[in-house]
Ligand binder design. Structure first.
Ligand SMILES: *[C@@H]1O[C@H](CO)[C@@H](O)[C@H](O)[C@H]1NC(C)=O
Ligand SMILES: *[C@@H]1O[C@H](CO)[C@@H](O)[C@H](O)[C@H]1NC(C)=O
Ligand SMILES: *[C@@H]1O[C@H](CO)[C@@H](O)[C@H](O)[C@H]1NC(C)=O
Length: 130
């Protein structure tokens, strides 16, 4: 019994890194510090999501809820053409991002869309995208 449980746990531990995409929970609020109108939704990863009313142009709280994933906020809607040499994203926002409770502090309350992705230390996917 006991050794079976240990084996099952070891198998799960091996399987989880290659398991299918996880999801990312994200809190959006119109106000800083999770004030105003808020919406908490678990979004599919690697999928672009448009920011819609009441958050469009007014996304002050943008707070991913876990350490395992991060999100790129974009200045243009999904499918929009990026004309900025900087790439039209603020950069990855994760659980530890200092301004996640006040995007106005970095002039990004007008974020138009975002895409979340799993953070890993071993994957080569991000560098392959270059
Ligand atoms: C927002 O949170 C920060 C950090 O906890 C705090 O310093 C600040 O006073 C808060 N502001 C408001 C309006 O709640
Ligand atoms: C996002 O918004 C843009 C512009 O309104 C639209 O063309 C696109 O289809 C939307 N994409 C999604 C995934 O909602
Ligand atoms: C958020 O940042 C803006 C711009 O720096 C500032 O005016 C505002 O007081 C900040 N809000 C909070 C709640 O910290």
């Amino acid at each position: 019994m006991k050794s079976f449980a240990v084996l099952a746990a070891a198998t799960l531990a091996l399987a989880s890194p290659v398991a299918k995409r996880e999801s990312g929970g994200l809190l959006l609020c119109t106000g800083a510090n999770a004030t105003g109108t808020c919406d908490y939704t678990v979004y599919p990863l690697d999928t672009c999501v448009n920011i819609t009313a009441p958050f469009s142009g007014n996304t002050n709280t943008f707070a991913p809820d876990g350490e395992a994933f991060a999100c790129y906020p974009y200045a243009m809607p999904c499918g929009g053409i990026c004309t900025s040499p900087e790439g039209c994203t603020l950069g990855a926002i994760d659980f530890d991002y200092p301004n996640k409770f006040n995007l106005s502090a970095v002039q990004w309350a007008g974020v138009a869309s975002f895409r979340c992705f799993t953070k890993t230390t071993t994957t080569t996917v991000e560098t392959e995208e270059q």
